[in-house]
Design a binder for this molecule. Structure first.
Ligand code: NAP
Length: 245
């Protein structure tokens, strides 16, 4: 029987690449979107084309809203039965700014989405997963770099994800559930445009030690490995997928 992966923010970018990779490896995929239903439906179609045995379905879920997160997990269980892995991926950036210039609504939205949202998803995962399963939290190399003059709010929100990963790995280890994180660097997705800087990938990618931006598939590969039994003795790890940045 096909295993099931649940992915928040599977409509675009890293979430979409991850969904397609799991589908290609025979998993059922439950993915969420918050606004872009069409894009989420396209991801499902890509999964079904790539899939061997699994199926894909998309559900609207705003991770800032507790009821919405609970609903997504219930819908996934109703559709596929047990959930065998969770990719806690949904996240946002806000336009480039110094901290001195940030208004409270922007900071609340970043923290509500990236911290509260990720904690709610991790909590539901902790309530739902069974022994032999795993969670991957999508952090950012910004947690290490601090993102001065760009978005220190975002960087701090991802620092919280690293800490969540360490604590939850210790809580869930005795239950046989592994918890890890990836910290992507400059990855070519739409997140940069949504933060007001579509040129960021082209400008900053070449400055990485590997001399180029990363591709969403390269992050998906690390996420897949961490969920898979090939990583059976890895928990509480935070893996940089950042081209050396
Ligand atoms: P993206 O292309 O902008 O996609 C973001 C995804 O998150 C979309 O599926 C979006 O849904 C969903 N989302 C946004 N707000 C949400 C909310 N409130 N509730 C539920 N879902 C929500 O971003 P990405 O680059 O793939 O980023 C994915 C993750 O990687 C994020 O956590 C990001 O911080 C992290 N990351 C990215 C980079 C990078 O360079 N790309 C680097 C480091 C870390 P809709 O399509 O419906 O809007």
């Amino acid at each position: 029987m096909a295993k099931t992966i649940l992915i928040t923010g599977g409509s675009r970018g890293i979430g979409r690449a991850t969904a397609v990779l799991f589908a290609r490896n025979g998993w059922n995929v439950a993915l969420s979107f918050v606004g872009n239903q069409q894009s989420a439906d396209e991801t499902c179609a890509l999964c079904e084309r790539a899939g061997i045995t699994g199926n894909a379905f998309a559900r609207k879920c705003d991770v800032r809203d507790e009821a919405s997160v609970i609903d997504f997990f219930s819908a996934a269980r109703e559709r596929f039965g047990a959930i065998d892995g969770v990719v806690n991926n949904a996240g946002i950036v806000a336009p480039q700014s110094t901290l001195a210039e940030m208004d409270i609504n922007r900071m609340k939205n970043v923290f509500d989405t990236n911290v509260l949202g990720a904690y709610l998803v991790a909590r539901e995962a902790a309530r739902t997963l069974h022994s032999g399963t795993a969670i991957v939290n999508v952090s950012s190399i910004a947690a290490k770099l601090g993102s001065p003059g760009e978005y220190v709010d975002y960087a701090g929100s991802k620092g919280a994800i690293d800490t969540l990963t360490i604590g939850l790995a210790k809580e869930l280890g005795p239950k046989g559930i592994r918890v890890n994180a990836v910290r992507p660097g400059i990855i070519d997705t739409e997140i940069h445009a949504s933060g007001g800087r579509p040129e960021r990938v082209e400008e900053m990618g070449p400055a990485c030690p590997l001399g180029r931006p990363g591709d969403a598939d390269e992050v998906a590969n690390s996420i897949y490995w961490l969920i898979s039994s090939d990583a059976s003795y890895v928990t509480g790890a935070v893996i940089d997928v950042s081209g050396g940045r």
